[in-house]
Design a protein around this ligand. Sequence first.
Ligand code: AMP
Length: 150
Amino acid sequence: MTFRSILVPTDFSENARQALQLALFFAAAKGTVLHLYHVVDSRVLEVADFGGAVRESLLEGARKEMEAFAAEAAGRRVVVQSRVSEGFAAPFVAIVEEARRLGVDLICMGTHGRTGLKHALLGSTAEKVARKAPCPVLTVRLAEHKFVHP
Ligand code: AMP
């Protein structure tokens, strides 16, 4: 089975970087498109009613991080497209919508993000994406995140 287009949602964490490496491995066919995607979670901005300058600087920061993230796929035999958007719901909603919009064959993502606390409070984005995605979802876990039976 070959994957012609793969979505790699990223929060720019080490785990997402590993997911990108795995996506590159699966994107063996020449011309495969890797869609790198980050959603800026703007829910907090709505609640606190920050000005447009804060919003713009968050988006700008994310675009810069995306540039560095995309550079890790440079020079490979794949087409890399990246997009940063703003979301007013949990990130998994935007990720699933993006997968639908693009009609990707596979989503490749990390099981952990940047903050352990957020993860503990809100649960896993990967779990929710896996449940709602219109295509297969491949998840990558960092070796130091050991499974502990609840
Ligand atoms: P989390 O469940 O938040 O710890 O994140 C797990 C994975 O979901 C990360 O490794 C990313 O692949 C993806 N992810 C989390 N937040 C975002 C975001 N804001 N935009 C895109 N992908 C994200």
